[in-house]
Design a protein around this ligand. Structure first.
Ligand SMILES: [Zn+2]
Length: 328
């Protein structure tokens, strides 16, 4: 299973050999404003908590294969404000979510209509900090239709909007997303444009929107590029996230990037803005985020129940010693 290209193999090794030094950021708190925990394991929750992640936002999204009916949407939204929030609390992490119809499934019009009908039942719930993630995938007419309708909904509810920008034709899709948000009468300060890169950041900031960056292996942004962006553009209205999901992704992307920023000479105050505070300022406009709720989840009792269920299965004991080789 090996390749003959020893040079690129060497390069890969060289990259991998930069050690992660999370010790350098010990004591710092992080807020990951875009991470799909439904797709992640309890080990991920534990590792995030250990690395200083105290709160997160889980946007409603595309689950990897198309849903066939409205009931699976309803159950998914319910789990974001129910079971998943509880599961997160069992690791000491405050869980918020954004609720919306993702761009891919907006292309199934009969289903999209049914989902639109149920959105008002969820967006006003406690802990829902925005409408998201919505926007464009293939930049089709149906995507535009449901993007506009959901912007109206967010405006009416006074909620921030979390906008997913497309992978293909990103620059055009990002510009279009901003144009439409303004056309629908949204204040750009209420709109978080996500998945930015070097090509889009300037215009997003110039037009008064928030610019979120996803640190995602191989595709979106690497964190060395992110360090350069912060050095060039500063920290105002910039935030980073992991967007960790069911794909090859890294739920520790935020703390790791903070550590790299520190290594590369960015001040603690600036790191705190892009890895914690700015996300709270932006999504806090929902009126749903209270920092006093973070870090109060110490002394967690993993035998607590949510509707009769715990994160412990079949009489398991709460996990305590992660450093032991023995699993008992
Ligand atoms: Zn996402």
């Amino acid at each position: 299973m090996c390749c003959n290209n020893s040079l690129s193999e060497k390069e890969v090794h060289l990259k991998e050999s930069i050690p992660v030094d999370l010790q350098a950021i010990r004591g710092m708190k992080f807020f990951d404003p875009h991470v799909h925990m439904t797709s992640r394991t309890t080990d991920d929750y534990q590792a995030m908590a250990d690395a200083g992640v105290v709160a997160l936002i889980e946007p409603a999204f595309w689950l990897g294969q198309p849903r066939t009916g409205p009931d699976t949407f309803r159950d998914y939204y319910s789990s974001l404000i129910g079971w998943e929030r509880f599961r997160s609390s069992q690791f000491g992490i405050k869980h918020y979510c954004t609720i919306g119809l993702n761009s891919r499934e907006a292309n199934n019009e009969p289903l999209a209509e049914q989902v639109m009908e149920m959105l008002p039942l969820f967006i006003y719930k406690e802990g829902v900090v925005g409408v998201g993630e919505i926007g464009f995938d293939d930049q089709t007419a149906l995507e535009e239709k449901y993007y506009r309708l959901q912007l109206d909904l967010a405006k009416e509810a006074g909620l921030p909007v979390q906008v997913h920008t497309p992978h293909r034709d990103k620059k055009k899709g990002t510009q279009l997303s901003m144009d439409i948000a303004l056309e629908q009468g949204l204040n750009p300060y209420m709109v978080i444009i996500d998945h930015n890169n070097e090509e889009t950041v300037k215009e997003v900031l110039d037009r008064g929107f928030w610019a979120a960056f996803t640190i995602y292996p191989f595709t979106k942004m690497g964190n060395e590029r992110m360090v350069d962006i912060v050095k060039q553009y500063g920290t105002e209205r910039i935030m980073i996230n992991s967007a960790a999901d069911w794909g090859i992704s890294d739920p520790l992307a935020v703390p790791k990037t903070a550590a790299l920023m520190k290594q590369r000479g960015i001040s603690d105050a600036d790191i705190q803005l892009v890895t914690y505070q700015n996300a709270i300022t932006a999504f806090g406009q929902s009126g749903q985020i209270n920092e006093m709720d973070f870090g109060h989840l110490i002394n967690i009792d993993q035998s607590e129940r949510f509707e009769g269920n715990t994160v412990l299965r079949g009489g398991q004991q709460p996990r305590i010693d992660t450093s032991s080789i023995i699993i008992s």
